[in-house]
Design a protein around this ligand. Sequence first.
Ligand SMILES: [Mg+2]
Length: 313
Amino acid sequence: MKNLKDAIWGFIVGDALGVPYEFSTRNMMKENPAVDMVGYGTYNQPPGTWSDDTSMMLCVLENIINKGTTKDLANLFIKWYKEDYMTPHGELFDIGITTSSALNNLIKGVKPSQSGLNDELSAGNGSLMRCLPYAFVEDIAKSIFNMAMENRITHRHYLCSLCCIYYVKMLRSLMDGNDKQESIKIAAGYLRKGWRLTDSEDDHIEARSKFAKLFSQDFYQLHESEIHSTGYVISTLEAVVWCFLNSDNYKDAVLKAVNLGGDTDTIAALTGGLAGLYYGYNDIPKNWKSKIANPTLINNLLEKSNTKSKFIF
Ligand SMILES: [Mg+2]
């Protein structure tokens, strides 16, 4: 039975694989491709170190387990930002600009529904990278609604929520046993409905054009040069889905993601979430899992998540 443990471990191992290479260009990756889990590099962290992606994703998971409110989640993010909560070695080393600006707004007293940034320059992947756990709540419609509200803590641009909806629906479809092609169809179909989340007709038309590439018939056949592995939320989602569709095992999927360069940790983490769920925990290389920092923290949360069942609740 595919469940949260497959996806969480897939995500975290992908994150750790990408951390040393974050901001490397594609040309640099072509000259020196990633082939294994290494350390140091961009942040000078030991092998197996996971980043803000995993910290924030685990905060979301904990808040779901605790049936916390949006305010509770905002407080967990502040605890991570200011007190190094939910970190691999007890110290925060990586935070996105949009996220830190939004958390500073919260600290100044702005409400969680208003603290996030909403211009398109702030439509980064910072909420996409934490949304995985929402896919594992049985009442998925309610979970997606909560996710859209909780996105606003840091990311208020509508494209951020739409990308999260696509990703979560794709995970859910894979968990239900559908194959890759069926799952991208289901996610795209649901997202078209998701456009109703926005009130503005302009957004509606704009959204169609933003997702045109991802929704195109031959998306998986696009040449690598058409896949931009940046932190812009649409580009990140495209890169993730493309890596997942163009590989047939966990290891190749996440290495492909890292070797695109750019936002390597987030793209490999999100690709790893899909691939971990699809191929299963046992397909994730053992020697990579054994390097992951602070496994006790991860396993304790998973134990509280009712992983014997299909859903967290
Ligand atoms: Mg990161």
